[in-house]
Design a protein around this ligand. Structure first.
Ligand code: G6P
Length: 407
């Protein structure tokens, strides 16, 4: 009803706007404010300390833990790999999770479609954490994949080489009353509140935050991250609610205007690299789901191996380019697309290089490693406004269900 939408035309738009609050809820639930305060103070007073002593110093001076997930050692000890099963948007969040678990915590991680994993699981490896990610906590394929994993590990007789094969299962869900939350002993609840729009927005944001918390917690436990980097990342996350509010305030109108240009477009390409590659996938999925426009997300460096053949003036390319490890690379991939007459829409910070884009969806300056939490928002808005202009039922797209409880 109109009352529930609080003046927004659709639930999806309302839920996009709830994201700064969801971020605040995640920060409060997952991170330890006292640790942040102490670590910031320590950094200010000990700027002269030598780098290599820093990790130990920081730990004795700040015995608190940055993250408050409170999992037992049983779950974390001697981890050799993480495997994640999920579907749809949750699968995209899991890909960002993989990037974080590998690059921040140093743990090899694989991400599987639950519907594939359940019939062709990876050969059993010891010391494995299995994570099931499902917003609803009811997706049949995800629940079945987790059950299969638990069973095969319980029945495993051990290998000649030994090793710990017991099931260590962790769920990430937005619904505390769901099947997933009931059947798994370890759960990260995402505090996004009920999401009505079929296309996931705020729950995706909260899933990403769950992965930041998990990866930083593991990095802290394993002493994998220098303390100044840990502090920088946790601080950057705490800046996000304000940055999101600024982004929503400054970008919504320009994006709503830009959307008019694409009402009759048939195909879109979304490009990203590194930690923003999954965001390219998510941008393409959002557009497909609610506007019924064909879209593909690609890692930008892979464009030359196929999708570049599609490009011409009728196929707009959305390029996510945030200063960091792959910035120059994405920009040069975008140049290649531009040379094929494609219209280039950049999701980027304002800077000299931004001139190369035909349209700029600006995000505030941000550490590349936390940037997905910002870059996804312009893509959500773009999909929303294109679909709304096409007069479509944004909250209830054809053929889709909020949760798929059958195989
Ligand atoms: C459905 C929804 C998607 C969602 C997917 C996985 O297909 O339409 O928006 O991403 O299920 O849902 P889950 O609840 O497992 O995250």
């Amino acid at each position: 009803s109109q009352v529930e939408k609080q003046g927004f035309r659709h639930f999806m738009l309302k839920e996009i706007h709830e994201q700064p609050e969801v971020m605040r809820a995640c920060l409060g639930a997952y991170f330890n404010g006292q640790w942040l305060e102490k670590a910031t103070q320590n950094q200010e007073t000990q700027n002269q300390e030598t780098q290599n002593q820093e990790i130990q110093n920081q730990e004795t001076q700040n015995p608190l833990s940055p993250v408050q997930l409170r999992f037992s050692d049983d779950l974390y000890s001697d981890l050799q790999q993480v495997q994640i099963v999920a579907c749809g948007t949750s699968w995209h969040a899991s890909l960002v999770g993989k990037y974080l678990l590998e690059q921040v915590a140093g743990i090899p991680t694989t991400v599987h479609y639950a519907s594939e994993f359940r019939y062709a699981p990876t050969p059993l490896m010891p010391h494995t954490l299995t994570i099931g990610v499902t917003q609803s906590g009811e997706t049949a394929d995800t629940l079945a994949a987790l059950e299969m994993e638990q069973e095969r590990r319980n029945h495993h007789q051990g290998s000649p080489q030994g090793g710990d094969y017991r099931p260590r299962l962790l769920g990430i869900t937005n619904r505390p009353e769901s099947t997933l939350a009931h059947v798994l002993p370890n759960v990260i609840l995402t505090p996004a509140g009920v999401e009505v729009g079929v296309a996931a927005t705020k729950t995706f944001m909260a899933q990403l935050m769950a992965f930041y918390a998990l990866a930083l917690d593991l990095a802290h436990h394993r002493h994998h991250l220098p303390s100044d980097r840990l502090l920088a990342l946790v601080s950057a996350l705490h800046q996000l609610p304000k940055q999101m509010e600024a982004l929503l305030r400054d970008q919504e109108e320009p994006i709503a205007t830009l959307a008019h240009e694409f009402v009759d477009t048939h195909d879109f390409i979304f490009l990203g690299r590194g930690i923003n590659f999954p965001i390219a996938l998510e941008g393409a999925l959002k557009l497909k789901e609610i506007s019924y426009i064909h879209a593909e997300g690609y890692p930008a460096g892979e464009m030359k191996h196929g999708p570049i053949a599609l490009l011409d003036a009728k196929v707009p390319v959305v390029a996510i380019a945030v200063p960091g490890a792959v910035y120059e690379k994405v920009l040069s991939n975008a140049q290649e697309a531009k040379a094929r007459d494609a219209r280039i829409i950049g999701v980027s910070t304002i800077g000299r290089e931004a001139d190369m884009f035909d349209d700029l969806l600006a995000v505030p300056p941000v550490d590349e490693l936390v940037s997905p939490l910002l870059t996804v928002i312009p893509l959500q808005l773009l999909s929303y406004y294109i679909a709304a202009l096409r007069g479509l039922d944004v909250d209830q797209p054809r053929n889709l269900a909020k949760s798929v409880t059958v195989e």
